[in-house]
Design a protein around this ligand. Structure first.
Ligand code: HEC
Length: 187
């Protein structure tokens, strides 16, 4: 009796396995989708081809002059260091606070010191690697006299042999660095 029961269980188990182990088998039919929600709807996916638009591009270019929310950079002085006539502004469009100077020192040591030196004297590590053009010494009379706008532009666009750092240093941080350099130059 006991032996028969075991046999039945083994047989039932085998049938169950054979019947259910269809995984991995190839089928042309789509899987059964009990609750489709809106999973399968007519829609375009990013970068896909469009049969509707003449240029076949699904992704449309924004209307000319479109500005993303929060990205309107109308303030020339703040975003470009220039006044309405396109000239570099003499002094930054904000008062320098202690927090700005502290932030500027930190950013300077990260992004400028390798070339301009930890002490801002133009003797950065880069000279050790025989950089052919000496980076500016911020205590030079000529550099002291540079306008804030010109400095801002040097960081943003680069200057002669100095690369642009706009990708690394945000607009806010560029002004903070300038506030730090100015605080050094006062001493
Ligand atoms: C890869 C090295 C390098 C880095 C990093 C660098 N600079 Fe320079 N910088 C230079 C060199 C080289 C010059 C001199 C360029 C020349 O006269 O050809 C220079 C010149 C300048 C000048 C003088 C521009 C002028 O009118 O003469 C300013 C201001 C300046 N850098 C600011 C900065 C600030 C601020 C940072 C950090 C955000 C920075 N630089 C990062 C290499 C660098």
């Amino acid at each position: 009796m006991k032996k028969q029961l075991t046999q039945i269980i083994v047989l039932a188990g085998a049938i169950f396995l054979i019947a259910t182990c269809g995984r991995g088998n190839f089928s042309e039919k789509p899987p059964i989708h009990l609750n489709p929600n809106m999973d399968s709807q007519a829609k375009y996916k990013a970068q896909s081809k469009s049969n509707f638009f003449v240029d076949s591009a699904t992704m449309r270019t924004p209307v000319e002059g479109t500005v993303a929310r929060g990205q309107l950079r109308e303030d020339d002085a703040y975003y470009h260091g220039k006044d309405a006539s396109g000239e570099f502004i003499t002094s930054a469009p904000m008062a320098f606070s202690t927090e700005m100077v502290t932030r500027g020192e930190e950013r300077f040591k990260i992004y400028c010191a390798a070339c301009h030196g930890m002490n801002a004297d133009g003797k950065g590590k880069i000279l050790f690697y025989k950089y052919p053009i000496p980076p500016a010494n911020f205590y030079d009379e000529r550099i002291k006299k540079l306008s804030d706008g010109h400095m801002f532009n040097a960081i943003t666009a680069g200057w002669l042999n100095m690369p642009s750092l706009k990708a690394q240093v945000s607009v806010e941080d560029r002004w903070a660095i300038i506030s730090y350099i100015r605080s050094l130059q006062k001493n």
